[in-house]
Design a binder for this molecule. Structure first.
Ligand code: NI
Length: 144
């Protein structure tokens, strides 16, 4: 069994602000990330899949198919967007990298069978680099 990880990048802005908290609580919790006018990140998204080697192709995953899926569902809808204002999933959900991981996972899972109709490869993990020092990882089995 192989694990294959492919890296994608997009730039987006966001503001961390929870409707469940007061203005003061938001400021305390999120600090400068609560700035009303937002701020940006160059996000790095790593998508890990696993599957057996296909003897005919010598590959475990058709990277071109994965690229098509991730670009269509994640990179294009998020790149150079304000996540709070332009991505409906974040209209009332705080666009932290954790929630971004959930949303990316949902988008890929929703379209996975159409892209990869066979038993393999399976989506395994999403890893989001928000800054050089903040990296978030979620196993896709943990998300519906
Ligand atoms: Ni931020």
């Amino acid at each position: 069994m192989f694990r294959v990880t492919r890296r994608y990048e997009f730039a987006a802005s966001h503001r961390l602000h929870s409707g469940a908290l007061s203005e003061e609580e938001n400021r305390q919790l999120y600090g400068k990330c609560n700035n009303p006018h937002g701020h940006g990140h160059n996000y790095v998204v790593e998508v890990s899949v696993r599957g057996p080697l296909d003897r005919a192709t010598g590959q475990a995953v058709d990277i071109a198919i994965l690229d098509e899926l991730v670009r269509r569902e994640v990179v294009r809808p998020f790149d150079h967007r304000n996540l709070n204002l332009e991505v409906p999933a974040f209209a009332s959900v705080v666009p932290t990298s954790e929630n971004l991981g959930f949303e990316i996972c949902r988008r890929l899972k929703r379209n996975w069978e159409q892209a990869f109709p066979g038993e393999w490869p399976k989506l395994e993990k999403i890893r989001i680099g928000e800054t050089a020092r903040n990296i978030f990882e979620v196993g896709t089995d943990e998300i519906e």
